[in-house]
Design a binder for this molecule. Structure first.
Ligand code: ATP
Ligand code: MG
Length: 306
């Protein structure tokens, strides 16, 4: 198995932030960032000690694919995506580190909200529904089954917790308290739903159900709202295989549900310092690649060699 890259070392650039999966570097243009995805994998908010080979590149190229498609289909949409080009002047050995896994993006102030959209009921939403008949406090139809499609997609934001803390589900009417103003909160909700509906329709034609997903948005100095971060990847979304989808059953997924299920089975849920066995890493990588191929129509290896 090829080695996974869990630490991104770029001595010629200044690292300004490091998330669970990505590292952000400043570039000579103060309005632009180099957004670099490592092969790290986090599940239940904990980063595994080992990574998934090529995952960073798969996520970066998939996000770029979606940024382009969404900008075409929703002309008014602003996104942080600038280009996949490796910035000029980077030493050759650093250029080979970031190839395919980096994106130049507009540097923006990210809004403190996880803009989650759900098309189908599963995960924490299914748990809440079983207990209370609601999802993020919203009343839902009676008698829903696991994996059932909602009558229409719902916006179910959560707080964006600081490192080490867990995000909390909130009622959409309370999202403005995190964001700061009601006008921006309303626009974020409308954009999140429009993006989800556009992407879900596209994916379904290609055999993938986007059960739910998380977007992040940011604002520029003029108050314009941008779609930022990664978009519609197996890390940020639940992707289900359309073939074999059955009401009442946990669907086969392309995302890290596979890893989550293994962690639960082994009693390692949310434990620090977990190393995933090689077969789980290989199988996860294969699923990410299959999702890439189904969605983009191009094999990951071909996209990466361009
Ligand atoms: P956290 O940063 O809380 O650990 P995470 O683990 O999901 O969250 P990563 O995906 O590893 O984070 O890193 C990406 C980080 O970059 C996120 O904090 C995200 O909000 C931030 N970000 C995304 N797009 C931009 C942008 N255009 N400008 C500035 N920051 C951004
Ligand atoms: Mg993230």
């Amino acid at each position: 198995m090829a080695a996974a890259l869990t630490t991104i070392s770029l001595p010629s650039l200044q690292k300004i932030a490091s998330g669970k999966v990505r590292d952000l570097f400043s570039l000579p243009d103060p309005n632009v960032l180099l957004f670099v995805a490592s092969d790290r994998l986090s599940a239940f908010d904990v980063v595994m000690t080992n990574g998934i080979p090529n995952k960073g590149a798969i996520l970066t190229l998939m996000s770029a694919f979606w940024f382009r498609l969404l900008s075409e289909r929703i002309p008014s949409l602003r996104t942080h995506f600038i280009s996949l080009d490796i910035p000029a002047g980077i030493p050759a050995e650093e250029a080979s580190v970031v190839k395919n896994r980096s994106m130049q993006v507009r540097k923006l102030e990210v809004l403190k909200i996880e803009a989650i959209v759900r098309g189908y009921i599963t995960g924490s939403a299914w748990k809440e529904y079983q207990a209370k008949g609601t999802v993020h406090g919203l009343a839902m139809p009676q008698g829903m089954q696991l994996a059932q499609k909602f009558p229409s997609a719902i916006y179910t934001p959560s707080t964006k917790a600081d490192a080490g803390a867990h995000d909390e589900n909130i009622h959409p009417d309370d999202a403005w308290k995190e964001i700061g103003d009601k006008g921006t909160a309303k626009k974020v909700e409308e954009l999140a739903l429009a993006i989800y509906n556009t992407a879900a329709a596209y994916a379904e034609e290609r055999g993938i159900i986007i059960a739910d997903t998380k977007f992040e948005f940011a604002k520029d100095a003029e108050g314009n709202i941008y779609l930022v971060d990664e978009v519609l990847t197996p890390d940020s979304s639940r992707f289900w295989r359309k073939d074999g989808y059955e009401l009442g059953k946990e669907p086969d997924s392309f995302d890290k549900q596979f890893v989550r299920n293994w962690l639960i089975k082994e009693g390692l849920k949310a434990k620090e310092g977990v190393t995933l066995p090689e077969d789980i890493c290989v199988a996860t990588g294969e699923r990410y690649k299959e999702a890439f191929y189904l969605l983009t129509g191009t094999k990951f290896e071909d996209a990466a060699n361009k």
